[in-house]
Design a protein around this ligand. Structure first.
Ligand code: UFG
Length: 341
């Protein structure tokens, strides 16, 4: 029996693939490399010393998914595949809804056909929207402000409906906070295409001299120093959370959403200073106007993950910053410099 990992060549998917292989699971990865690179697969094999089955195609192709389910013996699915840039989703809503929703529907349909009842879905803290107070708990109302966020909300709703209709079904939506950092080997990490949208890869590229300075989006929020506060979580902790969630789905039925965060918020300036201190570098920055759509403060109540998944984040902020820098230094252009075709 194998675990199917969609988007297994991506940032969180690749770290999770490693955890599963290390735990002794057989895995099957489907990825179309739309936001990743074939070399990731070699690195997963290098790090773990284990092999796995890989299929390259986009999940909007329902026939190909069914062929995979017909050929492989799939026990559970971890569904990472999806587009994830908030700003891009506002400009290209059809692309986002098509890629994120048709894909998950196709996967769910194939699961139904082949009697596969367990799924772990990559949701996001973005579903807490603008109006909830921190810390965010899973019982709070969910909403979205952009097509990317709605694709997460809609999928969570679909999973709830399927669980109601199928007593043997188990769905866990993991609501990620802000994943950062990289594998300790420095061989896999976050490799954004073009200029990064997110804070940590941006800081790393400033430290490397690839970008001139960091633009801090607003210093007039009602926070400790006026800059936005988020719950940054080491991607290796996040990956381990999927392993625990997988074990949960093997023992339970129903539908549940669970936060994966540390429960601790840090401001943008705190992140800048932590990165400087951990890595002995300087990060020049300027203060710019607020970025549209940003909230002041977001962090998790991680109680449910602790109670139900027996999981809590263990990596410190220093480890997050050090591993991000280690990855950046070893791979100045992410995966792209190894790209030969
Ligand atoms: N920030 C800057 N400058 C930058 C980039 C970010 O000041 O160049 C600030 C933001 O304003 C925010 C903080 O750094 O205060 C974190 O921003 P990120 O873009 O790294 O992360 P977000 O919290 O905005 O978004 C992330 C994911 C989304 C997800 C969301 C869930 O990118 O996909 O968390 O909360 F939906």
């Amino acid at each position: 029996m194998s675990i199917l990992i969609t988007g297994g060549a991506g940032y969180i998917g690749s770290h999770t693939a490693i955890k599963l292989l290390e735990a002794g699971y057989d895995i099957v990865i489907i990825d179309d490399f739309s936001n990743s690179h074939p070399i990731v697969l070699d690195r997963i094999r290098e790090i773990t010393g284990k092999d796995f089955t890989f299929y390259e195609f986009n999940l909007c192709n329902a026939q190909k998914i069914e062929q995979v389910f017909a050929k492989e013996s799939i026990e559970a699915v971890i569904h990472f595949a999806g587009f994830k840039a908030v700003g891009e989703s506002v400009k290209q809503p059809i692309t986002y809804y098509q890629n994120n929703l048709i894909a998950v529907l196709n996967v769910l349909h194939a699961m139904h056909q082949f009697h596969v009842n367990r799924i772990i879905f990559s949701s996001s803290a973005t579903v807490y929207g603008y109006d909830n107070p921190v810390p965010f708990t899973e019982e709070m109302p969910i909403s979205a402000t952009n097509p990317y966020g709605y694709s997460k909300v809609f999928t969570e709703i679909m999973l709830a409906d399927i669980a109601k209709a199928s007593p043997d079904f188990c769905a866990v939506s993991l609501r990620y906070f802000n994943p950062v950092g990289a594998h300790a080997s420095g061989k896999i990490g976050e490799s954004p295409v073009g200029t990064p949208n997110n804070l940590m890869p941006y800081i790393s590229q400033v430290a490397a001299g690839k970008l001139d300075h960091l633009a801090i989006f607003g210093n007039d929020y009602d926070t400790i120093d006026g800059t936005g506060v988020r719950d940054y979580i080491h991607v290796v902790d996040l990956a381990r959370g999927h392993l625990n969630a997988l074990n949960y789905t093997l023992q339970h039925t129903g539908n549940i959403a669970i936060n994966l965060g540390t429960g601790q918020g840090y401001s943008v300036l705190e992140m800048v200073h932590a990165f400087e201190k951990a890595n002995h570098v300087t990060i020049p920055y300027t203060i710019q106007p607020r970025r549209a759509g940003d909230i002041a403060t977001g962090y998790a109540d991680p109680t449910k993950a602790k109670q139900l998944l027996h999981w809590e984040a263990t990596h410190t902020l220093e480890e997050m910053c050090a591993s991000a820098w280690h990855w950046q230094k070893n791979n100045p252009n992410g995966y792209s410099e190894n790209h030969t075709n």
